[in-house]
Ligand binder design. Sequence first.
Ligand code: 5GP
Length: 181
Amino acid sequence: MTTKEIQIHDKSFYPFISESEIMTSVKTLAKALEKDYEGKDLLLIAILNGAFMFASDIMKCIQRDAEISFVKVSSYKGTQTSGRVDELIGLNNNMENRHVVILEDIVDTGITIDKVISLINANDPASVEVCTLLYKPEAYKGKHKPKYIGFEIPNKFVVGYGLDYNELGRNLKELYQLKEE
Ligand code: 5GP
């Protein structure tokens, strides 16, 4: 792992969680899913864009049959009076009686994941849990604390391993934390 600070757009970041620490955590999470969902029909749902790298690595570590689907959260103005409505683009799997695990890169306030859970619950799955690589306990205000957490981290901005700063930094193999001036 590089020990050097990096620059993305106008900000500096320093190394935070190494590639090997990430991979150890991903393997542990994959093992926990294998154990907890043994004999059950498992459907993984990864939230784009940020979770693409985490989802890919966790899929490679799961040594059993598992289906995966990639969805995107979108907000749009309704044509009626309801105002903002959120939908999940790409959600077309049959979920009835299936066990869903949502794969997220990071849970911060928990607003996104709460919306995703309620949209998924409308499809009558047997169960829904969240598996996130990163979780910020100090920022979290949601209703569904993730069951599977890779790292609990301070309430500071991070990039790398799928997470971006204004669309850059997603390709970094390790995680970097914002350097506060
Ligand atoms: P929420 O606050 O709803 O839990 O998180 C919303 C989204 O904000 C996350 O899915 C993620 O895309 C983004 N986000 C939250 N914290 C960070 C962070 O530290 N770094 C980056 N790159 N994105 C973050």
